[in-house]
Each structure stands twice: as C-alpha cells, then as structure tokens.
Design a protein around this ligand. Structure first.
Ligand code: SF4
Length: 410
C-alpha cells in the first residue's frame, strides 16, 4: 500500500510504503551447501486495491474486483502444487490490499491459507490493511483465522498530504478503528515522509500523532518516484517537485529521534518496534532465510533457487487456470553474490553484522568483499567496527542507499 516497501518480492523491506533499496536484489539463503527443505515463512500476494495511489508501482489491479474469483481459483491451483500442507512460523498477507476483498472472498482466502500454510504454535500471522477497510466483519474474520499482527497503511494524519498521496481514507480513520485493531496482538503503522511541499514540522506532527496511538511497530519511508507511476510522470512534467535531500534527511533523523524518545527500538533502517514486536517475517528475509511466495509477482526462495511469479494478475490467473506454471523467472545465485546480499541485509539491521559468524555462514570475509571501501567507509565514520561487529553509524544510516552498490558490486 505504499512506495518504499516490498511484498513477497526479493525487495521485501516493509509494506505499503516507499521501496527502500532498489539496489538490493534478493533475500537468499546463505547456506550454500545445505538449503533447508522446509522454509518457515510464507508470503501470499493479494493484488487488489480500490484505486491505485499515484506513487505505487506494486503488483495489483485497481477497480477490477471481477477478477477476484479467478484469482482465488488460480491461487488454489498454485497452492495445490505444494502437494502437502507446509507448516510455517510466519505468514504474511500483502498486496495490493488484502482487506480490499469482500468478507466472503476474504474468508475463502483465509481458509485456503490455513489449509496449505498452517501456522505453528507461537507463529506470527501478519496482514496488511487499508485503515478504511477495517470494519467489524473483516476484523472478526482475521482474528478467527489466527491473525496476530495487522499492518496499517496510514501514511499520514494530514488531509492535504493524504490527498496528494491519493490515499482513499480520512485522517481521523484511526481513531474510529483503533479499539478494533487493538484486538490484534501487534499493530504496526506505516507513515510516509518527504511528500512534495511537506515541511519538517508537518512530518513531526505526523510522528507525534502516530505516537499518541502507541503502536507496537512503526515503519517510516521516504517517498520515492518509481518509473511507471503517475508520480514519476508528474515529476518529469514539472507538475511535482521532489523535496530537497537535506530536508528529507532531517525528516529521517526526526523519525529516529521520535523512536528514541518514545522507547521504540530502531531495529532496521526503516523500522521501529517495542520489545517483542519486531516483524519476524521480515527478519527472516533480512537474515537470508527461505520462504514460500504465492500470488502474482510473489517471489520464493526454496532449496537454493529463487523464483518470481508473473507480475500481471491477468497472466498469473490465465496461466494457472490453463495448467501452466505461474513462474516467470528463476535463478540460482552463486555463493559470493549471496554473501554480498547478506552483507547488505545484515547492515540494514541496526545491530549490524558479526564478522566471524558472517564468514562461517557465507564462506566469505567482509573485508574481501568490500575491499578498499572498508577502510574508507570506516575512516569517513559511515561504518563502525567494534567488538567484532560491523554496523552503520548514524551518518552511514543517512547515506545507506548510496553505500549498498559498493557492497553489491564485484
Ligand atoms: S493502497 Fe494499493 S495502490 Fe495504494 S500504495 Fe497501497 S498497494 Fe499501492
């Protein structure tokens, strides 16, 4: 439901918000010799929204609810290929907007998932939701299905900013639904900063307003302008002016300060959580774990191979209903590429990378992968090396998207 996040793609950083690291291509298992046979995570992509927001380039169709039935039949076929139910520790329903499905279809989807991806005890079950959709009927269905975590694409509490983002919910919607969403064990809010014309004070007001609800988890994303979106075209036409980079940096720092002052742990570049409320599903991606991914555009990483389904919901449905595979591309990454990606994912986490453990797991030394850049980045104080652990400094956090290409490049 937003720009800089991922959903069952290899760029899975969060949801309903600006995509962070377009430079990071995949989340992969680092254990080259023995890929695990039973991934503990599953992602289900639900490609429907009421309308497409101007900044969104996710895999979805807007205003085509007539395709929901075909999608559910196709998804069932894709799941039947698993042959046997696969118990998982984390489940994530993303989109699009899973809660856009009308209650009967949502129930059908939840039943399918329960059958093929039963959740293990103490598992995490996340669902992305548009706050506008969180009515009593859908909430009851989600709770009855065992959903533990709801991730709300709120984005802002300002009417003008929501209008600019082309969001279809009101700024006060959270007050109305909050008693209902608090029934979930964990509640996450997504906020976007850096919209054209936004001031630092307006952003701080968004953070303060979010803080009054005391969410368990907060994701904050800087707006990005992805090729193919309406926003991209508007920038090219001169109709929208991206914010000054300096101001965006100050906004990001304000989010970090908000986390520090409210006790939310800043555990990943864009994510903050109370103790015990990190998104375990995303942590699996960031740690290079295996995962199933079903639905249009969904990616999976299984037995050392990553696969991505056809992005077009039309093609996805057509292929599955005519007995063809939904997979559009698959590849096996070499050990060094996996090590490089693991390094980037590791550094995105605030706790950084433990060098000995990294070398043991990947077969590669960080110093060999980064080469001359390592002493330079340490000297510039963008990276900190202490107690055998490498992590981003505060300045490094601000620059991180510019640093990743140096780690990924051979
Ligand atoms: S609500 Fe739908 S169109 Fe809007 S950002 Fe989210 S996924 Fe994209």
């Amino acid at each position: 439901m937003a720009p800089r996040g991922g959903r069952g793609t290899f760029l899975t950083f969060s949801s309903h918000a600006p995509k962070p690291a377009a430079s990071v291509r995949s989340a992969v298992n680092q254990n080259d010799a023995q890929p695990t046979a039973d991934p503990s995570s599953a992602y289900v992509h639900v490609p429907f929204c009421a309308q497409r927001c101007g900044y969104c380039n996710f895999t979805l169709v807007a205003g085509r609810d007539d395709l929901i039935d075909g999608y559910l039949r196709a998804l069932e076929k894709e799941l039947e290929d698993l042959q046997t139910p696969r118990p998982v520790r984390t489940l994530f329903l993303g989109g699009g907007t899973p809660t856009h499905l009308p209650p009967p279809e949502l129930q059908q989807l939840l039943t399918l998932i329960e059958r093929w991806f039963p959740l293990l005890p103490s598992g995490e079950y996340s669902v992305e939701a548009n706050p506008r959709d969180v009515d009593e009927a859908r909430t009851d269905l989600l709770l009855a299905a065992g959903v533990t975590r709801i991730s709300l694409g709120m984005q802002s509490f300002h009417a003008a900013k929501l209008r600019l983002l082309e969001r279809d919910h009101a700024p006060q919607v959270l007050e109305q639904i909050w008693p209902r969403v608090r029934q979930f064990a964990s509640v996450s809010l997504d906020l976007i900063f850096g919209t054209p014309g936004e001031s630092l004070d307006e952003w701080k007001a968004d953070l303060r307003e979010a803080g009054t609800f005391e969410p368990d988890h907060l994701s904050t994303y800087g707006l990005t302008y992805e090729k193919g979106t309406a926003y991209w075209s508007r920038v090219r036409r001169g109709d929208l002016t991206p914010l000054d980079e300096e101001l965006e940096r100050d906004m990001y720092l304000a989010a970090i300060e908000h986390g520090e002052s409210t006790g939310l742990e800043h555990y990943e570049v864009s994510n903050f959580a109370w103790p015990g409320h990190r998104c375990r599903h995303n942590e699996n991606y960031w740690q290079g774990g295996e995962f199933f991914g079903v639905g249009p555009g969904a990616a999976s990483f299984l037995a050392g191979e990553r696969r991505v389904n056809h992005r077009s919901p039309f093609t996805y449905v057509k292929r599955l209903l005519s007995g063809q595979s939904p997979v559009q591309e698959s590849e096996r990454l070499g050990a060094e590429d996996r090590a490089r990606e693991s390094l980037v994912f590791g550094l995105r986490r605030l706790e950084g990378v433990q060098l000995e453990e990294f070398a043991r797991r990947t077969g590669h030394q960080v110093a060999d992968l980064v080469g001359d850049m390592l002493p330079r980045f340490l000297e510039e104080k963008w990276l900190v090396l202490a107690d055998g652990r490498l992590r981003l400094s505060r300045d490094g956090l601000l620059l991180s998207d510019a640093l990743w290409p140096h780690f990924l490049r051979r």
